[in-house]
Design a protein around this ligand. Structure first.
Ligand code: HEM
Length: 222
């Protein structure tokens, strides 16, 4: 019963909150749709923390998509065995998990230790950072110490959730730290539309392709 709740009902509740929450927030509260930058209040630990965290977490999300959503039989057909796949996931996990974790530690540190930042931090900001800390921390712990075979358990379970064919029995024997990582990630997914994480959908990608802005020096006529 608990297993079905945690690995069928809870993920669907979180995904529903994610979709409905974003639509609701976009329609009702567009003026606060931003990253709530705090750079003008304090720089200090921000530049290093924010860069490490963002590069780490964005690459980790891409890694999860490539590693978990594509079935192993497709990798097999390309000549990439389960063992090689796991090995690549391990080193990639170290490469992106460490910066993401150090980054989130620095961001949490400045939220607690810097007076100006603490004064403007809401409970919602703390909850967002705490959930990210738990998700990233448990993920990195699993890379370092877990060594559990996810390709034939967690990965097909996740695909089952996304294709509406849930198979919670695949999650029954998964170690607790993996379950913590997954459940905190789904909590974050459900909470995201009500937090500053909505800024993820407003990445200024168009900026890279926009027309150049021409600046002209104002010359004073003689
Ligand atoms: C899609 C690309 C993304 C862009 C362009 C972006 C941009 C930004 C910017 C400009 C800030 C404000 C930094 C400041 O205070 O000046 C920020 C903060 C933040 N971002 Fe992102 N972000 C992106 C993706 C993500 C992702 C994927 C996550 C997590 C899953 C994330 C989590 C956060 C958090 C938690 C903060 C607040 C940090 C703090 O002030 O303590 N961002 N982001």
């Amino acid at each position: 019963m608990m297993n079905t709740f945690a690995f069928v009902i809870y993920p669907y509740l979180a995904l529903t909150a994610f979709v409905v929450g974003h639509i609701y927030r976009y329609r009702t509260d567009r003026l606060t749709w931003n990253a709530k930058s705090s750079q003008f209040l304090e720089t200090g630990a921000l530049p290093v923390g924010i860069i490490l965290f963002h590069y780490g977490v964005i690459l980790a999300l891409l890694g999860h998509a490539g590693g978990l959503l594509i079935p192993q039989r497709i990798y097999d057909a390309m000549g990439i065995s389960g063992h090689s796949h796991t090995l690549v996931a391990y080193y990639a996990g170290l490469l992106v998990g460490n910066p993401a974790f150090i980054g989130i530690l620095l961001l949490l540190y400045r939220r607690v230790a810097r007076t100006r930042i603490r004064a403007t931090t809401t409970m919602n900001d703390f909850t967002t950072l705490a959930l990210l800390f738990l998700t990233v921390g448990a993920g990195l712990y699993n890379v370092l110490f877990g060594h559990y075979e996810v390709l034939y358990t967690v990965a097909p379970w996740l695909r089952g959730i996304l294709t509406l064919t849930p198979a919670p029995e695949l999650m029954r024997n998964v170690p607790p730290t993996y379950k913590i990582h997954i459940l905190s990630a789904f909590t974050l997914i459900g909470f995201a539309p009500f937090s500053r994480l909505i800024h993820i959908w407003s990445a200024p990608v168009g900026y890279l392709f926009r027309r150049l802005v021409v600046f002209r020096r104002r010359t004073v006529r003689a």
